[in-house]
Design a protein around this ligand. Structure first.
Ligand code: ZN
Length: 194
């Protein structure tokens, strides 16, 4: 059984997560944590997860975006979002650096805040450096959707949720999301006046 996703209201989502010590790298304990995160991410399903979301206060993120998970998006929507497959990426103790000043505004949701999505402005391009579960160095330069996922997940490690950064007037309940299928963000923003 996958670990349940911890939802907003649990203090673990608001506390800064602890750096993984060198002594934990490559251990069965850390590998087990990553496996549990991946299992919960796939079961949800989602495209990214941070360890606090299964109640573990460590600085570990897992990102996995696949063709299957973006299947309902049109080619135009994929293009607009910069959504591409990422493979499965594990980053321990990620350090995120924004590259350039360009930003993008899109709807974003969170497994820990079920039922809603809202517009969030994020840097278009970032670089994340850290280690994999065995302690090998990892460096990932990403733009578009993967860059958004990375900013969202690293925020979790600092006790920050997307609702802290969202355009508050843009909140959309899942039930209403279908209205926006195939439409451009600029049009949606005009309608919601946000
Ligand atoms: Zn989240």
């Amino acid at each position: 059984m996958p670990d349940p996703i911890v939802v907003a209201g649990d203090p673990v989502l608001r506390a800064p997560a602890r750096p993984v010590p060198a002594s934990m790298l490559g251990t069965p304990g850390l590998r087990a944590l990553v496996s549990r995160m991946l299992e919960s991410l796939r079961a949800a399903p989602g495209v990214g997860i941070a360890a606090p979301q299964i109640g573990e206060p460590w600085r570990v993120i897992v990102v996995e975006d696949t063709e299957k998970r973006m299947a309902r998006l049109t080619p135009a929507e994929r293009e607009e979002r910069g959504r591409v497959e990422t493979g499965t990426r594990v980053v321990v103790n990620p350090v995120l650096t924004k590259i350039g000043d360009a930003t993008a505004v899109f709807f974003e949701g969170c497994l820990s805040v079920p039922g809603y999505a809202a517009l969030v402005e994020r840097a278009l391009e970032v670089e994340v450096a850290g280690a994999d579960a065995d302690g090998n160095p990892v460096a990932w330069r990403a733009s578009g959707w993967p860059a958004r996922i990375l900013q969202h997940e690293v925020d979790h490690l600092d006790g920050v949720l997307y609702v802290d950064r969202m355009k508050t007037r843009s909140v959309v309940a899942r039930e209403a999301e279908a209205r926006f299928g195939g439409r451009q963000i600029a049009q949606i923003r005009e309608e919601l006046r946000c």
